[in-house]
Design a protein around this ligand. Structure first.
Ligand code: HEC
Length: 141
């Protein structure tokens, strides 16, 4: 089972805890082919959250905490998409917003490590593109 999971996480360039086992994946050597929000989402997020963002990715069932359904973020926030909150959830480096034992990778760190010389500006650019993509996935109220 772990053999199957590992390549997916390797692609995600993330440190993830799967079923209590620590899998440390290194950042991908090649840079992402597309830096568009949907491209980034497919590369880094779809393994858990699913391509559609509904939380039904191929490894979702192996996580201790189910990946959030990202299409319902606005619906669960009185119909308003809170871009700042989503940005903080993706970045994950703000310790106050972290809750213990979450399976959600800390993308602020992962993006900074991936590729060479990734700057804070580049990290922000990627997270902004992802936030925009997630906003486009929101279910209509
Ligand atoms: C290894 C699996 C995994 C991957 C890969 C992953 N996530 Fe998550 N994500 C989770 C889990 C699990 C949660 C729920 C965390 C919790 O409740 O503690 C979550 C929560 C979130 C949330 C917070 C939702 C809310 O309810 O506020 C956002 C936003 C999010 N993920 C976006 C992303 C984005 C964008 C990516 C890709 C850059 C990504 N995730 C990649 C597992 C993952």
């Amino acid at each position: 089972m772990l053999k199957m999971i590992r390549p997916v996480l390797w692609m995600a360039g993330a440190t993830a805890f799967v079923a209590g086992t620590v899998l440390v994946a290194t950042a991908p050597a090649a840079s992402v082919s597309t830096e568009s929000g949907s491209g980034l989402f497919r590369s880094y997020c779809a393994s858990c959250h699913g391509v559609s963002g509904k939380g039904d990715g191929p490894i979702a069932a192996n996580l201790r905490i189910a990946p959030a359904d990202l299409t319902l973020l606005a619906k669960h926030n009185h119909g308003k998409f809170d871009a700042e909150k989503v940005r903080a959830a993706i970045d994950g480096r703000d310790a106050q917003k972290l809750h213990g034992g979450s399976d959600m990778p800390v993308w602020g760190d992962a993006f900074k490590r991936s590729g060479e010389g990734y700057s804070e500006a580049k990290v922000k650019e990627r997270i902004d593109a992802l936030v925009e993509h997630i906003e486009s996935l929101q279910a209509q109220p």
